[in-house]
Write a protein that binds this ligand. Sequence first.
Ligand code: IPE
Ligand code: IPE
Ligand code: MG
Length: 240
Amino acid sequence: MSIPRHIAIVMDGNGRWAQRRHLPRKLGHREGQKAVRATVEHCRQRGVAALTLFAFSSENWQRPGDEVHALMQLFVKALDSEVDELHRNGVRLTFIGDLDRFDAELSARMRAAMARTAGNDALRLNVAVNYGGRWDIAQAARGIAGAAMRGEIALDAIDELTLAPWLCLADQVPIDLFIRTGGELRVSNFLLWQLAYAELYFTDTLWPDFDAAALDAAIDAFAQRERRYGHTSAQLRATG
Ligand code: IPE
Ligand code: IPE
Ligand code: MG
């Protein structure tokens, strides 16, 4: 059976999970942390090489101040409580997104967790915070434009292959499987460039209810897909 090497997840539905129980939305986010733990562990056990989780989008700052504040507190607490265990399990943690928008202490902690786990190789765990796919493409364009201005790359040489290394996750295997929980059928400015040939999987399950069985169902669905990359089925059969 074909196991996706890199899974990216839009962890959506925390607020509705809480609201259905007449609880404040922030309790949904707290409950969602358990699903993160279970998903990381299950990916490691199934031999997935990389997992990228959308935790906070560049648009999520527009939520009510108390919800944003609760999410920031949750990130600080999670950094305190989870990093030891991740490190013990050989997980390499990377944050992608514009970390400079967070307060200095939080971004310093994120950078410290990345440095501490940099030598691990059991699973790459990427957490997207203050991340937007358009921001990612813009920062890559800025990077390569700087290189062009310094004379390190010719303008004519800028193409898909030379721009790709400037984007987030360029050092990792391509995304095979995109999962969105919570029932919405959209990408919400997640990894626009990197999802080009990912298989898309949507489930109504709310993120706090997502567990090992739900992940297995997504992996099973992935295994049924025929990835043609523009070719025909007959061509794929001919080349095996
Ligand atoms: C996803 O859950 C978590 C974040 C965006 C931080 P939501 O908070 O969007 O949950 P719903 O979509 O309102 O249910
Ligand atoms: C996407 O979910 C962002 C994260 C899961 C972190 P949203 O709930 O913010 O997306 P929209 O607003 O429904 O598009
Ligand atoms: Mg949502």
